[in-house]
Design a protein around this ligand. Structure first.
Ligand code: ATP
Length: 260
């Protein structure tokens, strides 16, 4: 497989009333075509800022971002978000409430001819397990179904890269885990490349081929889930993995009424 997304020593910062606040420092990663990468880390470590930079909403202070052979962002290049061929899916679904499922999915295909658009929408309804739901409205669907509509809408124009920002965090725990596996299955079946950000380790391990454990704007380790789990590169990654596993165990025990 070949490399699709390349973040090469990128730095990001925000201009605030108190001056420039650095957020991401000298971060690099490579993601192969067809792979799902995940940025995993505590709130505020800079995950969403990296995603926004890939989408073209944040300028780089240093480094470059390329997709295939195209440089998207660098010192002298800044491709507009709408020309990046990148799809996005957010935690709040962002579906249009007044449009049917079919129209939501076909929203980005308005320039396609009617027959091709209908064919693509039908294909996506089927892929997302929503056959027969095309005429329904978002409020008539469960959270998990709404999120599958959002995924279908993001995939409709066949983006080269899909960005998922905490896509499951508004769902209950069971739906969240099931949907993470379903989304992985859909992306693998269609061969899409994606980057997901989350602070939830179970989600990251359920969906990703590569995980980047982040801390204070830096990737501490970019590796396979197996590598992160079995060969953490430093004490921070080891503690992070252990702490989350311990918290999950405690939560399970609490739910079973075994702990206070
Ligand atoms: N528009 C902004 N202006 C100034 N600072 C910002 C802005 N957006 C984010 N930040 C700061 O940048 C840092 C990184 O934010 P970011 O949203 O990337 O973190 P995150 O890891 O995605 O967190 P979360 O999991 O809570 O979404 C935080 O300290 C945040 O307060």
């Amino acid at each position: 497989m070949s490399e699709l997304l390349k973040l090469d020593h990128i730095s990001l910062a925000y201009d605030t009333q108190n001056g420039v606040v650095p957020v991401v420092d000298n971060l690099s990663l490579n993601l192969e075509k067809g792979h799902i990468g995940c940025l995993l880390g505590a709130s505020g470590c800079g995950k969403t800022t990296v995603l926004r930079a890939i989408a073209g909403f944040e300028p780089l202070r240093a480094g470059s971002i390329s997709l295939g052979t195209t440089v998207l962002s660098s010192d002298n290049e800044q491709v507009e978000p709408e020309h990046r061929n990148v799809g996005m899916m957010f935690q709040d679904y962002a579906l249009f409430p007044h449009l049917s499922v079919e129209k939501n999915i076909g929203f980005g295909l308005r320039r396609w001819d009617r027959q091709r658009r209908k064919q693509r929408v039908d294909e996506l309804l089927c892929l997302a397990g929503l056959e027969g739901s095309g005429q329904r409205y978002p409020h008539e669907l469960s959270g998990g179904q709404q999120q599958r509509v959002a995924l279908a809408r993001a995939l409709a124009p066949e983006p080269e890269l899909l960005l998922l920002d905490e896509p499951f965090s508004n769902l209950d725990v069971d739906t969240r885990e099931r949907l993470a596996f379903e989304v992985r299955d859909i992306l693998k079946r269609t061969g899409h490349t994606a980057i997901l950000v989350t602070h939830n380790q179970a989600e990251a391990f359920a969906i990703a081929d590569r995980i980047g454990v982040m801390r204070n704007g830096v990737i501490a380790q970019w590796d396979t889930p197996y590598g992160i789990h079995h060969s953490p590169v430093n004490a921070f990654v080891a503690d992070f993995v252990k702490r989350e596993a311990l918290m999950a165990q405690r939560a399970q025990a609490y739910l079973r009424g075994e702990a206070s």
